[in-house]
Design a protein around this ligand. Structure first.
Ligand code: MSP
Length: 516
């Protein structure tokens, strides 16, 4: 069976944000988890290079060469951050890619030919930050966009529109389905559409916005950035609107697709996009997983002026890739989650240094000294040890996320942590360092290492580097590319335990307080 997981395509109008890292990490954790459950998985991410927001930046940059070098530089910033975070996506798509432009153009022409678009004069308040028209109710008490804290700009112009309300009943049905979209956003969206859906303006006059895909049927306009950007999800896996039937490959992935996104962009995904697909005769994605924002301490929005932003590259510099993957997987869920350098520091010391890293290193170094020639002995476990390992194996069966709800990845990290706590309790019960009989001591340590190996197999999707390191030390060949068949024991006999370094060294408070 196949699975297709997408992230939003990000606006490269600034440095990559820690929120971009968060959604993309969750996507990668799901990918690796599904792979271990035997699925064939594809993931896509990328950049949304069109629209007015991007145009403002490009306009300030002078000639074509400068614009190109800006965009190339941004691509490098995003892809190098994702590489540093151990994210292996299958597709990196940009809205300026030729095949995407062709796809969008064909879909626009098809909709036009089918009479789905009409022209009318329109006026409204437009937030360039959101690239969306705003109703009064969308604004705060000062008349500003609550996300961007700027006043929307008034526009009055003739534009092309797409009627959405014809699909209202169909959409209400979809939104009401179990696990299509998670609460609290499900309720919000149902309330938003139940009394009617306003027509969607799908064009921008070229004299205002030049940086977009021209409407093939009216060259005085480019298409609205969201109409363009949303189509990336199907372009990425080979949709071709000129074909009567899509490929089996496309259908297999698309019919098992998950869109990951934060709450800022629920409306374009659950209303505009679903209706666009419906009109195109393509199924809706299977799930839209909506997570909350990462916010600063006290739930305050991260902002440059408050200085409570967290730079994802700096996080990797200080804590390393796996620690950031761990932290973000644990905290991202349907609600907002607080993040600061201090909170990562606390999670690092508590979860990683104390609970996960410490037990392993102590037992591994003791085993090196205790095993004959430092080599893994043949298992000869007591009935109690066998029962223990079987029970551990059983308890890990349903721990990987099933992929039906956004909160499952966070739950998964918390369950993994619980498993390591149980391992530590087991170590404290066994107390191998107190056992005087050498054979018994060796078997006790081997049992602990078998238990540890199982836990690192299951931790791989969140912390691939650390898991591989540990499993390699224990002689297990593991690359995470196929279905995981957990067995209660089976470490390779005779493998000599190599020298190791501690997994996560506790950080000191003053290392963190100096971060600027
Ligand atoms: N280009 C559009 C998306 C088009 S998708 C067809 C866009 N880009 S964005 O750069 O603004 O990215 C928004 C997404 O980035 C969020 O939905 C989320 O995935 C991630 N995050 C950016 N900041 C965030 C937080 N503060 N917290 C959590 N994630 C957020 O919208």
């Amino acid at each position: 069976m196949n699975k297709y997981i997408t992230t939003p395509i990000y606006y490269p109008n600034d440095k990559p944000h820690v929120g971009h890292a968060a959604t993309t990490i969750v996507c990668d954790v799901l990918k690796k988890s599904f792979t271990l459950q035997g699925y064939k998985v594809k993931t896509s991410t990328g950049l949304d290079e069109h629209g007015q927001k991007m145009q403002t930046i490009l306009d300030s940059l002078g000639g074509q060469a400068m614009k190109k070098s800006y965009l190339d530089g941004k691509t490098a910033e995003f892809t190098s951050l994702f590489a540093r975070l151990g994210i292996d996506y299958d597709i990196f798509i940009k809205t300026t890619d030729a095949n995407h432009i062709e796809n969008v153009t064909n879909i626009l022409q098809k909709f036009y030919d089918e009479g789905k678009f009409f022209k009318k004069n329109s006026e409204g308040m437009y937030c360039v930050g959101c690239e969306q028209f705003k109703q009064k109710d969308d604004l705060d008490e000062n008349g500003c966009c609550p996300d961007h804290k700027t006043k929307p700009v008034y526009y009055s112009e003739e534009n092309w529109y797409f009627k959405l309300d014809n699909s209202r009943e169909w959409l209400l049905d979809l939104l009401g389905k179990e696990n299509f979209i998670n609460d609290p956003y499900k309720k919000e969206m149902i309330n938003l559409v139940k009394d009617g859906i306003p027509d969607l303006c799908i064009s921008r006059p070229i004299e205002r916005v030049w940086h977009g895909i021209p409407l093939p049927f009216d060259k005085k306009y480019v298409t609205y950035v969201w109409f363009d950007a949303l189509i990336n999800y199907i372009t990425a896996i080979g949709f071709d609107c000129k074909k009567e039937k899509q490929s089996i490959e496309f259908n297999n992935y698309w019919n098992n697709s998950i869109h990951l996104l934060a709450k800022d962009i629920v409306k374009p995904h659950s209303i505009f996009w679903t209706i666009m697909l419906h009109e195109l005769g393509v199924n809706a994605p299977k799930h839209e997983f909506i997570h909350g924002y990462l916010v600063g301490e006290g739930g305050v929005k991260m902002s440059k002026s408050l200085g409570n932003g967290v730079d994802p590259n700096k996080l990797v510099d200080i804590f390393g890739c796996d620690a950031i993957r761990w932290t973000l997987t644990k905290i991202i869920n349907k609600n907002d989650a607080e993040l600061s350098y201090k909170s990562v520091f606390d999670i690092f010391n508590n979860d990683l240094a104390n609970t996960i890293g410490n037990g392993f290193f102590r037992m591994y170094t003791l085993a090196q000294k205790t095993f004959d020639g430092g080599a893994i002995p043949k298992a000869n476990f007591s009935a109690a040890q066998k029962a223990h390992l079987k029970a551990v194996c059983e308890s890990l069966k349903n721990i990987l996320p099933a992929g039906t709800h956004i909160d499952q990845t966070s739950m998964y990290a918390k369950n993994v942590l619980e498993q390591f706590r149980n391992l530590n309790l087991f170590i404290d019960q066994e107390k191998p360092w107190t056992i005087s009989d050498i054979t018994q001591k060796q078997q006790s340590l081997l049992c602990i290492l078998e238990h540890t190996a199982m836990l690192f197999n299951i931790t791989y999707p969140i912390m691939p580097g650390t898991s591989k390191y540990v499993l390699d030390l224990l002689g297990e060949k593991f690359d995470g590319n196929e279905k995981l068949e957990l067995t209660p024991w089976g470490l390779p006999v005779g493998v000599v335990l190599k020298p190791a370094v501690p997994l996560f060294q506790r950080k000191k408070e003053d290392e963190i307080s100096q971060i600027k």
